[in-house]
Design a protein around this ligand. Sequence first.
Ligand code: UDP
Ligand code: MG
Length: 332
Amino acid sequence: MKLSVVIPIYNEQENLGELYRRLRAVCEGLEDVSWQVIYVNDGSQDDSLEIMGDQSREDPRFCIVDLSRNFGHQAAISAGLAHAGGDAVICMDGDLQDPPEVIPDMLGRWEEGDKIVRAERRSRKEGGIRRLGFEAFHRIFDWISDFPVPAHSGIFGLMDRQALEELNKFTEKNRFFPGLRSWVGFTQGVVYYDRQERAAGMPKQSLRRLLRYALDAIFSFSYKPLRIMTMAGVLISTAGFLLACIFVIKRLIGIEIAQTGFTTLVTLVLFLGGVQLIAIGLLGEYLARIYDEVKQRPLYIIKDMHGVSAGQPERNPEPPSSPNSDHAEDQA
Ligand code: UDP
Ligand code: MG
């Protein structure tokens, strides 16, 4: 069987050496598996591309899809998946938070018939605000999502060719990969692992990016925010109507209506103004995403490729015959 491992890389020069070593060690140990690693260089500004080039010259099973600029984690994964030729394809991060040593477990599940295997975090080593953010996101998403997406899984996981081909047809622009992977269906399995700390360097996804990603997840998997606003509207207008009825009845039966104070009025005006702005903002979130879809811009642009053929996935990654095969000429 053929295995492809897709790894998005953005400024990971400190981690690429160890990643290469550990991945090779794990993949060499797999029996009857021909494998390829697809690095997607997401516009790295450090020496990542040179290091990946060197690795790919040393072992042509390491291929590179080089994007024209930084398109973001999700776009980079999509680029890799579009060019993965394996019967099974594994996605993982390039910072060794997803340990390559879990790959044999995932293949085991695949061999037992699971078309999709997601790796679920048993534990997490990150701390501070990121961890709090992740926890909060999972809780909110769990509640708000219209489609059940298991929590505590990121991109780390395996997809069978059949499932992958379905996923590759999706043209959605604001992607939440773990959600889409669940949405595809088929028999889905799970393996557990301990999420490691980033091996070296700073996280490459800023908190702002992560927040945007969380919003993409929520807005692309839920209509609930809209429904909540409708409900809020219904509640507030019912309250207003009831209050008006009470005033009318009071006036009719001759009870003096107490002068409503200035404070109450100002509070109400501000409250209602706020609710209306939030509702417009929520509409805007959906509208902006619809606009993204309508524009039909590509998800990413490829500058260069090494070891993967343009247009169609490389179905037959060859094991290296000699360290400097014709592939090295490609690179030159
Ligand atoms: N990454 C990427 N493009 C980006 C940001 C990150 O390809 O714009 C890669 C990064 O090199 C790493 C993976 O995506 O391999 C996950 O990034 P990071 O560790 O920063 O994310 P986190 O672990 O905080 O989710
Ligand atoms: Mg990371």
